[in-house]
Design a protein around this ligand. Structure first.
Ligand code: ADP
Length: 398
């Protein structure tokens, strides 16, 4: 069955058409600047050339129609007609406590997702727009929602509760949810597969290090803790997000800089992390690596603070699970940044884990980075959230 995987943002729409049997990507692409001027679609059929075209896309429904046009186009298309799309899998960021697994999308499900909008005001409404547009264009195609939060719904209460008055949990569901669940699930499953073991018998720490970044503790196949919280701002120092900090800083800075709390949070989300720490050099680790190599002290300090925070979380999660068998690195930085992985490796020796310098010289492919016979296996496992969504969709619809 061909599955169309959709990841819809407020002004963008990423898509992949995946054959669920061969798990091959038949075509993929991206619509950008939807509803803004200069909107463009980039489409690439399997083995073909990637082409970008500027086409007016006033809303997401127009974008979805355009995607279908591209997929069925005589020249760059890969299917004959809409009938060859068996199902659509949608990435949905926040499922709150309502969704502990993927679901077939119905009117009732959409209502429940909408009720989670408060928890992810930047993401969920955009995801919903994508679903509505797809339903409009493909009314007879079954659709599935796959949630970033679902995998972490197994966290025990001691891990998901904040030390706040209980009434806020009761009234507003203020608690830790965690994100990147599709990736943490995919990578921990793959780690067990590669090692020829049952995930239910392993304690795995997954470090998803991309622009957004989180660490999770996966014990006996279930997420028992993860570094992101109510929103994706908590936890690691990220590209532009602060991660953990004293909440009193918000009112302190609001007072000193004459800002509202919302404005300070915006700074914590968009101008902080390694971008802020480096004095504004970049949020991109390639730029920071280059600057550090040329002797820039601030870039070096930012990278050190980043690696230190990841190291601390690994230590914390080894304690949370009372041990660890596997540490897996994934996403842009985890898969590609040899230097940063090496720096994180400095903090894991006490666990009986190591990153072998020679084995660490690898990017973007599955690999074991630790010495043979090491107590803890350190692995590189490329994530594939689109494939995970396609698998979930096929499982529920097939
Ligand atoms: P997103 O969260 O947006 O999906 P990614 O997983 O693509 O983010 O990660 C983006 C980060 O990965 C960037 O900081 C980028 O510098 C880093 N990255 C990607 N490729 C490389 C590479 N070859 N070497 C070093 N860093 C890389």
């Amino acid at each position: 069955m061909n599955i169309l995987v959709i990841n819809c943002g407020s002004s963008s729409l990423k898509y992949q058409l995946i054959d669920s049997e061969s798990e091959k990507v038949l075509a993929k692409g991206l619509c950008e600047r939807i509803g803004i001027d200069n909107s463009a679609i980039t489409h690439q059929p399997e083995g073909g050339e990637k082409k970008t075209e500027q086409i007016n896309m006033p809303d997401h429904t127009v974008a979805v129609k355009l995607v279908i046009d591209k997929l069925t186009d005589k020249e760059v298309g890969v299917i004959g007609s809409l009938d060859e799309i068996g199902a659509v899998g949608h990435r949905i960021v926040h499922g709150g406590e309502k969704f502990a697994s993927s679901v077939v999308i119905t009117g009732e499900v959409l209502k429940q997702v909408e009720e989670c909008n408060d928890l992810a005001p930047l993401h969920n409404p955009a995801n919903l727009v994508g679903i509505h547009s797809c339903r409009e264009v493909m009314p007879n195609v079954p659709m599935v929602g796959v949630f970033d939060t679902a995998f972490h719904q197994t966290m025990p209460k001691k891990a998901y509760m904040y030390g706040l008055p209980y009434e806020y949990y009761e009234k507003y569901k203020v608690r830790r949810y965690g994100f990147h669940g599709t990736s943490h699930d995919f990578v921990s499953k793959r780690a067990a597969e590669i090692l020829g073991k049952d995930r239910k018998e392993l304690k795995i720490i997954v470090c998803h290090l991309g622009n957004g970044a989180s660490v999770s503790a996966v014990k006996n196949g279930e997420s028992v803790d993860t570094s992101m919280g109510l929103t994706p701002l908590e936890g690691l120092i990220m590209g532009t997000r602060s991660g953990d900090m004293d909440p009193a800083i918000i009112s302190f800075l609001a007072d000193k800089e004459k800002l509202t709390a919302e404005e300070v949070i915006n700074i914590c989300n968009k101008k902080s992390g390694v971008l802020g720490l480096s004095g504004g050099i970049s949020s991109d680790f390639r730029d920071l690596g280059q600057a550090a190599a040329q002797g820039d002290g601030m870039a070096k300090d930012a990278l050190e603070a980043y690696a230190y925070r990841v190291g601390k979380y690994i230590g914390a999660y080894a304690a949370a699970m009372n041990g660890v068998d596997v540490i897996a690195f994934t996403a842009g930085i985890g898969e590609n940044n040899i230097e940063v992985r090496g720096m994180i490796g400095e903090y894991i020796g006490f666990l009986g884990a190591n990153i072998n310098q020679e084995k660490n010289k690898v990017r973007g492919e599955e690999a074991i980075l630790s010495d043979e016979g090491a107590k803890v296996t350190v692995m590189l496992i490329p994530t594939n959230e689109e494939l995970a969504i396609a698998r979930e969709t096929a499982r529920l619809v097939g």
